[in-house]
Ligand binder design. Structure first.
Ligand code: HEM
Ligand SMILES: *[C@@H]1O[C@H](CO)[C@@H](O)[C@H](O)[C@H]1NC(C)=O
Length: 494
């Protein structure tokens, strides 16, 4: 290489570096994005966060940049919203703009943009409307959701009785009952508790929740572009998730062959009917992929969140027997021991209701919610957030907002009680999120939590094989979800 070529090459390299740098800077200035730590190319702000503890990392960055800031999770540029005010102003006051869905690579790998939960707002609109109506019809039709829950709870109580007061891990005891409630809606039937295919799907859902909450899962959400080509623990998760998809696809085929449009048996049947109705519409969102993945979203969403909340709740009651005692007293006073609980009991049981709210607040099931995305260039608090930018509403920071909860880090049912012991609403209670994409399983989930917990405590006293002071109520994992440590319990018949 002669001197001239070398010099030219050198110059070209310098110039392109400068161009890249200046457009990079311009992009940042012009977009008027919220402030945030300076990113490095490609890895973004990876050095500023601890992938084993994303929630706390994001809270720490807030201390420096305020409740609305920009962070780069690898190549993903994300606006983070902390505390009640910021989350409410965005998700409620500017609902339409903040209703897109962000990246969840662990799930997107399977869903590919189909299904109500992990799709664009355009696609979600008709799918949500259909899902909400269908869930409601299955809730109010011949068998109400309440009846379905109580029927399944009967089997749960039987399996608790079968433990004969011996210690057991409640994880799958709880999840198979919770899952059967949503199964009866999506698939038209419950599973036998020993059904191996069922148990393997329950394990899949738990393990996916776990994987997405580990450091690897969080890294995968940032760097899926490369990591999807490399081997890692995600391979096992993905293989298992495929099994879940195949199960639902099989179900859909079987339903199609025996479909009677006048007598839909379950959610899948209703979707098949809708597909027929919209056959002529080229823009219809009702086709097979959306059927399979919407059903998967509802089955998965309806299983893992509620059963993990119950598992955390029981652990908290084992830790605080005096709180359990007060619930027993309220059950005795309002329901007695001669009839099963129903939803009309809830307004008469403020203490129990407050404990369940506090379990959900403290349990903080999805601390970073599901990522959102702005659907257009969005003005927010004086910033301009370009169309397509991802948004993380940090629900955990709302559930622990010191402006709304007296002792945010303590498990204390008083957070939801007034001086007269009556139930006290709190607008910062939003474990189901808010706005256009809020969790439409909320109503069902809250009924399940109330009916299942009161039924258990009407029949059993909970006992821990280890002394309450040794019980660790801090989470085992905080990532996509908050997961309690595994534990054993005894159910002593009353
Ligand atoms: C304790 C129980 C539950 C909690 C804490 C919970 C929490 C959440 C949260 C935080 C979101 C994100 C919403 C958003 O982006 O604004 C969500 C979405 C969703 N949940 Fe739940 N959920 C629970 C139970 C359920 C149940 C029982 C079902 C099934 C009927 C369900 C189905 C869904 C679906 C399909 C979505 C996606 C909605 C969309 O993208 O438009 N969830 N859930
Ligand atoms: C990251 O968070 C985990 C879990 O809280 C903690 O054990 C670990 O020490 C943290 N690592 C660093 C480098 O701070």
């Amino acid at each position: 290489m002669d001197l001239l070529t070398a010099a030219t090459l050198f110059l070209v390299i310098c110039l392109s570096c400068l161009t890249v740098l200046s457009t990079w800077q311009q992009m940042h200035r012009k977009s008027q994005m919220p402030p945030g730590p300076t990113p490095l190319p490609f890895i973004g702000n990876l050095l500023q966060v601890n992938t084993s503890d994303m929630y706390r990392s994001l809270i720490k960055i807030r201390e420096k940049y305020g409740p609305v800031y920009t962070i780069h999770l690898g190549p993903r540029r994300v606006v983070v919203l902390c505390g009640y005010d910021a989350v409410k102003e965005a998700l409620v006051d500017q609902a339409e703009e903040f209703s897109g869905r962000g990246v969840h690579a662990t799930f997107d790998w399977l869903f590919q943009g189909y299904g109500v939960g992990f799709c664009t707002w355009e696609r979600a609109k008709p799918l949500r409307r259909f899902s909400i109506t269908t869930l409601r019809n299955f809730g109010m039709g011949k068998r109400s959701a309440e009846e379905r829950i109580l029927e399944e709870t009967h089997f749960l109580l039987e399996s608790l009785r079968a433990t004969k007061s011996e210690p057991f891990d409640p994880t799958f005891v709880l999840s198979r009952s919770v899952s059967n409630i949503i199964s009866s809606i999506t698939f038209g039937n419950r599973f036998e508790y020993e059904d191996q295919e069922f148990l393997s799907m329950l394990r899949t859902m738990l393990e996916t929740f776990e994987f997405a909450s580990t450091s690897w899962g969080q890294l995968y959400d940032m760097f899926s572009g490369i990591m999807q080509h490399l081997p890692g623990p995600q391979d096992k998760t993905f293989k298992e998730l495929l099994g879940l998809k195949e199960f639902i696809t099989k179900k859909a085929k079987a339903n199609k062959e025996t479909l009677d449009p006048n007598n839909p048996r379950d959610f899948i049947d209703c979707f098949l009917v809708k597909m027929q109705q919209e056959k002529e519409n080229p823009n219809s969102e009702f086709f097979l992929e959306n059927l399979v993945y919407t059903t998967a979203n509802i089955f998965f969403g309806g299983t893992e969140t509620v059963s993990t909340t119950l598992r955390y709740g029981i652990l908290l009651l084992l830790k605080y027997p005096e709180i359990e005692e007060k619930i027993h007293n309220e059950i005795e006073r309002v329901i007695g021991l001669n009839r099963i609980p129903n939803m009309d009991d809830r307004p008469l049981m403020p203490y129990t209701d407050a404990v369940i709210h506090e379990i959900q607040r403290f349990g903080d099931m999805l601390p970073l919610s599901l990522a959102r995305r702005v659907t257009c260039d969005t003005k927010f608090r004086g910033y301009t957030i370009p169309k397509g930018t991802e948004v993380i509403p940090v629900l955990g920071s709302v559930l622990r907002d010191p402006k709304h909860f007296g002792r945010p880090d303590v498990f204390d049912p008083q957070h939801f009680l007034d001086d007269n012991g009556q139930f006290k609403k709190n607008k910062a209670f939003m474990p189901f999120s808010v706005g256009k994409r809020y969790c439409f399983g909320e109503h069902l989930a809250r009924m399940e939590l109330f009916l299942i917990l009161t039924s258990i405590l009407q029949n059993f006293r909970l006992k821990s094989p280890i002394p309450p002071e040794d019980i660790d109520i801090s989470p085992m994992l905080v990532g996509f979800a908050t997961l309690p440590h595994f534990y054993e319990m005894c159910a002593i018949p009353l």
